[in-house]
Design a protein. Structure first.
Length: 179
């Protein structure tokens, strides 16, 4: 799998530092509020775990599984909830934690859904932000790195369910996903 990577974009060290930085910001911003952090599976799993361990205030964690890509390299535009939350969000400060903010469709839909469930607030935390891919206007309150229009894998990000276990984020060679 390593031979399928064109270049490493973010090292293990850079990812660890960014997770700690964002965790510290959330701790400051939500002091006294006990936020509900919602990891969007599967892509956010590595970042979510690293970042949550750097939050030093009481918080609750939960997960949602959604899909808009299936096994393809491009979003279908249709967002399907595969696993919903285990906890109610009524009057909770919710932070959606995502691996990458690309088209914005998934997070826009989730923000509307959780707001309709009477969350006190709903914000986005994303490790990667790809503004060039945006189809729906949505912004992250917490954003790690702005990235170019490249197919990124590793540290939770996948192509056809592969490469999530890479310890860094790299650019996948085009010949791999353009088969």
């Amino acid at each position: 799998m390593y031979q399928d990577i064109q270049e490493i974009m973010f090292s293990e060290q850079q990812l660890a530092e960014k997770a700690a930085e964002i965790g510290a910001k959330i701790s400051r911003d939500y002091a006294g509020k006990n936020p509900l952090l919602v990891g969007i599976l599967k892509g956010s799993c590595m970042f979510f775990a690293d970042m949550v361990r750097k939050i030093d205030i009481p918080c609750t964690i939960d997960f949602m599984a959604v899909s808009s890509y299936g096994k393809g390299a491009v979003s279908s535009g249709e967002v399907v909830i595969l696993k919903d939350l285990s906890y109610p969000v009524t009057d909770r400060h919710v932070i959606l934690v995502e691996d990458i903010l690309d088209s914005g469709r998934t997070l826009s839909n989730l923000m509307r859904l959780l707001s309709a469930r009477d969350a006190a607030s709903v914000e986005i935390c994303t490790l990667l932000d790809k503004p060039s891919g945006r189809k729906v206007e949505v912004e992250a309150k917490y954003s790690g790195f702005t990235v170019p229009d490249a197919f990124l894998v590793g540290y939770g990000l996948d192509y056809a369910e592969n490469y999530r276990n890479l310890p860094y984020i790299g650019v996948l060679k085009p010949e791999i996903y353009q088969k």
